[in-house]
Design a protein around this ligand. Structure first.
Ligand code: BES
Ligand code: ZN
Ligand code: ZN
Length: 469
């Protein structure tokens, strides 16, 4: 589906000299232009080049070709506001082979070259399953001083996340999501097993079954394991392939993007791909409850009381709060394996968007060290996250009275926190737990992030896991 997101290999361009790209900041533009000959300096001035972020200026040679490219990288504040703009500008250059001039990177922060590398790679992403699109024409040599395979690994995992989220539910139901997990498992020699349909009842996953049973596309629990030795890390991803809201039907305006309700599953698969591709020394388990929250006569109802895998009873006050139900059973299974760390990722609540908007990935953990590590890695991974509290006084909001738990507290306050508290009830046995309430979606085109599916939190998590947990 997606184009190979990688740097130019030397043997692909025999006898071709790469065109140098000069990185120029806003405050370094005058000095940089002064180094050009008078004619080229005037050319840059005529074209209004001032080092502004993401602006390029092609310098001509005598044959009418391109001698060099000036690339504006603005100020570091500009780059925080608009990440990946510089790398994406290289991706948009005309057909040719380019190389960032190392000398022009001196004096810039180290992470600029990494941002350019990742921005360039990610800007090559196209979702072209349903409409052919031309790929980029600018090929870039890997920047000096970066670990090129590492950045290609990040970009390829991100492309898979986007493809999975962008594919409409018609072609990305529980079965197809299982297919994607199986493909990944086969590629990295992981083991995979799936509990399907009524077997979910026989094997005690009542809430996954209840949420998914109204769809003709059978619910299932995907269980993938990989790796020997090292800490055990269990990733759990919400795989609601389409969320109609169930009988508490969503209005059309909210249902429109609900093909992305398997964004948590897509993200944990992306993180798993990074881990396996890099061969990190850990024991990985990935659990994905894959269901469609649909409507028919067998649908679960508001006021039904379900019994979860761990024996807790849950009163259904809104069938649209389905994610926490399917995750609860999967988390309970994960916790039974006593992992060193369990991480859930889910497009769980609209409230998370109200709290922090689409760009920040809110996360919850009781582990101060882990929280600090994730927060510390976030900026250099260009992966914005924000810690949220497991605020214990709100536990009362998820305890309605006639059952142990309520899946949809009334009042609508602290919706992301109460959902996270709900999930935490199912994690006893895991040494540490961390939950991400993600959006998994880019609302309008931005550099290296076209409108559509988006990975969130996984580069920051990968950076933490790479250093050992
Ligand atoms: N999948 C939605 C949450 C969602 C909506 C995520 C929009 C991202 C964008 C989830 O299943 C849901 O509908 N949650 C409800 C819970 C409520 C009924 C307690 C919500 O957030 O409104
Ligand atoms: Zn829902
Ligand atoms: Zn949902």
């Amino acid at each position: 589906m997606s184009h190979a997101l990688r740097f130019a290999r030397p043997d692909e361009f025999p006898d071709t000299d790469a065109i140098p790209v000069h990185v120029i900041s806003a405050d370094g533009a005058d000095a940089a232009l002064a180094q050009l000959g008078a004619a080229l300096r005037q050319w840059a001035v005529t074209h209004g080049f001032s080092g502004a972020l993401g602006k390029t200026c092609l310098l001509p040679n005598e044959a009418g070709g391109v001698a060099a490219v000036l690339l504006g990288v603005g100020t570091s504040a500009d780059r925080i506001r608009k990440r990946f703009a510089a790398g994406a500008a290289i991706s948009d250059l005309p057909k040719g082979l380019y190389e960032v001039a190392s000398a022009s990177l001196e004096g810039h922060p180290q992470n600029l070259r990494e941002e350019i590398a990742l921005g360039y790679l990610l800007a090559g992403y196209r979702f072209d399953r349903y409409r052919k699109k031309s790929g980029r024409e600018a090929a870039l040599v890997a920047l000096a001083g970066i670990d090129a395979p590492h950045f290609e690994r990040l970009a390829q995992a991100e492309a898979m996340v986007r493809d999975l989220v962008n594919t409409p539910a018609q072609d990305m139901g529980p079965e197809e999501l299982e297919g994607a997990a199986r493909e990944l498992a086969a590629r990295y020699n992981a083991k995979i097993s799936v509990i399907l349909g009524d077997d979910l009842l026989a094997q005690n996953f009542p809430m996954i079954h209840a949420v998914g049973r109204a769809s003709p596309r059978a619910p299932r629990l995907i269980d993938m394991t990989w790796g020997e030795g090292g800490p055990q890390i269990t990733l759990v991803g919400k795989g609601v392939c389409f969320d109609t809201g169930g009988l508490n039907l969503k209005p059309g305006s909210s249902m429109g993007t609900m093909k992305k309700d398997m964004g948590g599953a897509a993200n944990v698969l992306g993180l798993a791909q990074m881990i396996m591709d890099a061969g990190l020394k850990l024991r990985l388990r990935v659990l994905i409850p894959a269901v469609e929250n649909a409507v028919d006569g067998s649908a679960f109802r508001p006021s039904d009381i379900l019994t979860a895998r761990n024996g807790m009873t849950v009163e259904i006050n809104n069938t649209d709060a389905e994610g926490r139900l399917v995750l609860a059973d999967a988390l309970a299974l994960g916790a039974e394996g006593a992992p060193d760390l369990m991480i859930s990722m889910a497009t769980l609540t609209g409230a998370a968007r109200v709290a922090v908007g689409p760009d920040l990935a809110p996360f919850y953990t009781d582990d101060e060290g882990l929280a600090a590590q994730i927060t510390a890695k976030s900026p250099d991974q260009f992966d914005p996250v924000w810690r949220m509290p497991f605020h214990a006084p709100y536990e009362a909001m998820i305890e309605p009275g006639i059952a142990d738990l309520d899946n949809a507290p009334s009042g609508g306050m602290a919706g992301s926190i109460t959902a996270a508290l709900f999930l935490r009830r199912f994690t006893q046995g895991a040494a540490r737990y961390c939950h991400f309430d993600i959006f998994a979606w880019q609302q309008s085109d931005a550099p290296a992030r076209p409108k559509g599916g988006l990975g969130q939190g996984i580069r920051a998590l990968y950076a933490v896991l790479s250093e050992g947990v």
